[in-house]
Write a protein that binds this ligand. Structure first.
Ligand code: SF4
Length: 498
């Protein structure tokens, strides 16, 4: 897949971005005495759950930026040889979840391209919602035809952002820092980004702080990461979150902070429900603790007579533990997950395809048979997974199957970096809870309330985005988007068969 035979790029090559929105992991390092590419590999390895289709690392030795990226998991893309070919003291890493049809090498990040002051490599988690306006603005102000420069069909948000940051070639004293402070206030939507030039690591977060981004301290420098868990794994100590509306500039002089927009926090509640690792902390709240509390609230709101509580592993596990604690019903592992399933490029045979969910989950008959089961999951998107799950549990001998969901019904599309489905495909859009229960063939179904979910995060509601549950978006959605129909005809983030 790698271009040029070895996947190694210098700044002469600038592959255009294209494809749909994605959810991703970002990691960056500035350190005078570390093998930064290796450190970034392990940072990305810790963020693998945020993006499993491509991975890339860019490094700078102070004079030249190199990028290696390819399709696949972090451990499939990199080996000792490729990591050794990425020297320097600055590194930037990215792992990407690209949806169907966009699973191409060109869409892998970091992006790489020339600027007025040198070279830029950029990694993005989120989704800009005003790309049309940005293109129009640049055309009006500078006569720049971004669409033409990027090529037809390749005007995605990350490509536009990289191109905007390029700066003005006629500027006698060009500066990426100055250019970033010009461009960042113009952006709307979700962006937790890290980028590098030859000498400096930059990190910025949109004024809403939709996606997490944190700063850590290393013995000889600094790291930035999508999640605190990635700092833990590379031995960096957590310093603080990058504030919504803040740009950090990290180089040999240390860390400097600029505020480019007033913060209006609206952190994504779905990070607590499903997206982030349980060992990550966002806005001071540990994700595992939030999920466990969601389970306790769920037990309070939707009690049921049952023999055991089982999770849909892994993301349902903390909530199932919380449900068991609060209800007094015994917790058990009733489903075994294939930990290595990930995303595969190998098409299953027809026989395996028909087995569907069993590629990922297999029931433990000894635990299930003859028992009344409460099965706890984090969300229902289209309903197909839950129906298959209920059938599988009944097939394993369950006497009753009661489904409990630790988030409210997902009814609206997300425009801030998460691809669920079109609105029409969301099972909760148009069906009552009773109808959904019948559709997934459960004996009973209970969703946590919106208030209960927010309470479990211990974050004030006015500092959270809950738009996919309420349709109340913290900022404008993209021009031309039809939220009622949904504008994202894409496969969902990781509920790919849901
Ligand atoms: S719409 Fe939902 S998934 Fe998207 S940012 Fe808001 S809470 Fe998160």
């Amino acid at each position: 897949m790698a271009r040029g035979g070895d996947g190694l790029l210098t700044h002469e090559t600038f592959p255009g971005e294209k494809g749909p929105r994605d959810a991703c992991g970002v990691f960056g390092v500035w350190a005078s005495d570390e093998e930064v590419a290796r450190l970034t590999f392990f940072g990305l390895y810790a963020l693998q759950h945020r993006g499993q289709e491509s991975a890339g690392i860019a490094t700078s030795d102070g004079e030249k930026i190199l990028v290696y990226k390819d399709m696949g998991l972090v451990s499939q893309v990199f080996d000792e040889k490729t990591l050794s070919s990425l020297p320097g003291h600055i590194a930037l890493g990215h792992c990407r979840y690209a949806t169907t049809g966009a699973s191409t090498w060109e869409n892998a990040q970091p992006t790489l391209g020339p600027t007025a002051s040198g070279t830029l490599a950029l990694a993005h988690n989120g989704n800009l919602t005003n790309t049309r306006e940005l293109m129009a603005h640049e055309r009006e102000k500078y006569g720049t035809d971004l669409q033409g420069e990027l090529g037809r069909g390749s005007s995605t948000d990350t490509a536009i952002l990289s191109t905007l940051l390029r700066g003005d070639d006629t500027d006698p004293d060009p500066s990426l820092e100055r250019e970033a402070l010009r461009v960042l206030p113009m952006l709307d939507g979700a962006f937790s980004i890290a980028f590098i030039d030859e000498t400096t690591l930059y990190a910025a977060r949109d004024r809403f702080g939709f996606r997490p981004l944190v700063l850590g301290r290393l013995a000889s420098g600094w790291a930035v990461a999508s999640e605190t868990a990635a700092l833990d794994i590379v031995g960096a100590s957590f310093v603080r979150e990058i504030e919504p509306g803040e740009l950090l500039v990290i180089n040999e002089e240390g860390v400097r902070s600029h505020r480019f927009a007033e913060a209006t926090p609206a952190g994504c509640i779905f990070e607590y429900v499903y997206l982030a690792r349980p060992d990550t902390t966002i806005a001071g709240r540990n994700v595992n603790a939030a999920r466990t509390q969601m389970g306790r609230v769920l037990a309070r709101e939707h009690p049921v007579e049952a023999d055991i509580v089982i999770p849909t592993p892994d993301s349902g596990t903390p909530a199932a533990i919380g449900y068991a604690q609060a209800s007094g019903i015994k917790f058990a592992q009733g489903l075994v997950k294939n930990a290595y399933v990930g995303r595969t490029f190998i098409q299953p045979t027809q026989t395996i395809r028909q087995l569907g969910i069993r590629l990922k989950l297999n029931p433990l008959r000894e635990v299930i048979a003859g028992r009344r089961i409460v099965v706890v999951d984090d969300s229902i998107v289209r309903g197909n997974t839950q129906r298959a799950l209920v059938r599988m549990l009944r097939g394993a001998g369950a006497a009753e199957v009661h489904v409990r969901i630790s988030s409210p019904p997902v009814k609206w599309p997300c425009f801030f970096g998460i691809d669920f489905a079109t609105r029409a495909e969301l099972i909760a859009n148009g069906l009552t809870i009773e109808q959904i229960c019948a559709n997934i063939e459960a004996d009973s179904l209970g969703y946590i309330s919106l208030e209960g979910m927010i309470e479990a995060t211990a974050i004030a509601q006015d500092r959270l985005c809950v738009a996919c549950f309420t349709g109340d978006y913290p900022t404008r959605v993209p021009l031309g988007a039809n939220v009622h129909q949904g504008v994202l005809p894409l496969t969902p983030l990781t509920h790919e068969e849901d």
